[in-house]
Design a protein around this ligand. Structure first.
Ligand SMILES: Cc1cc2nc3c(=O)[nH]c(=O)nc-3n(C[C@H](O)[C@H](O)[C@H](O)COP(=O)(O)O)c2cc1C
Length: 191
């Protein structure tokens, strides 16, 4: 049995909704256990994450970067970095923002860099944008065209109707892909 922690910050619930989509879809892969954590739960005890094989990090995009709350958690992992406690874990990132671009890419780059500093192995979002195959834009998987991580765009409405179906589908495929990779992963060679 391998395990995944999905770690996120969400003030208005949109990022939480996407985290839940990832959780449900990843759980479809056999023998994978998945737990959800808010950043707030972990800031004082980031060492809880050492026991997991895969870590998926999520945050709203705030002013082109990660939210302050997620950054607090990232910084709290400093002592774990010194011992490279996350080395060799699979990692991935997702972000939600209100604008189509909204500088989500720079948020993903921050998450990627953080995971690389910890010696983790990054899993992207290898999904061809389905609108190129004639699927209507709002229904299309990876309609926002992000391969480095998962992006989703939230309207300013409640979490239930904030997302186009395409972004929900992308989150589900992203979760399945991560869990599938984790199920086959043997770990790093260099210790
Ligand atoms: C301080 C702040 C900064 C934001 N900056 C951006 C931004 O740079 N780009 C963008 O598209 N949306 C931005 N937004 C909108 C949020 O990313 C968006 O509302 C998101 O859905 C919030 O996620 P949550 O519901 O999980 O809290 C910002 C919102 C706040 C409060």
């Amino acid at each position: 049995m391998k395990s995944i922690a999905i770690i996120y910050h969400s003030h208005q619930g949109h990022t939480q909704f996407i985290a839940q989509q990832i959780q449900v879809s990843a759980a479809q892969i056999k023998d994978i256990k998945i737990d959800l954590f808010t950043a707030e739960q972990l800031i004082s005890q980031p060492e809880l994450l050492i026991q997991y094989d895969g870590l998926i990090w999520g945050t709203p995009t705030y002013l082109g970067g990660v939210s302050g709350t997620l950054k607090q958690l990232m910084d709290a992992t400093g002592p774990l970095w010194k011992k490279q406690e996350f080395k060799g874990k699979l990692a991935a990132g997702f972000t939600v923002s209100s604008l189509p671009a909204g500088d989500k890419q720079s948020t993903l780059i921050s998450l990627f860099t953080f995971c690389m500093q910890h010696g983790m192995i990054w899993i992207g979002n290898p999904i061809l944008p389905e609108q190129h195959q004639g699927v209507p834009y709002t229904q299309a998987a990876n309609r926002l065209g992000s391969w480095s991580g998962l992006m989703a765009q939230a309207q300013h409405s409640s979490t239930a109707d904030a997302f186009d179906f395409g972004d929900i589908k992308t989150a589900q495929l992203f979760g399945q892909n991560f869990a599938f990779n984790l199920s086959a992963y043997q770990g790093v060679m260099i210790t």
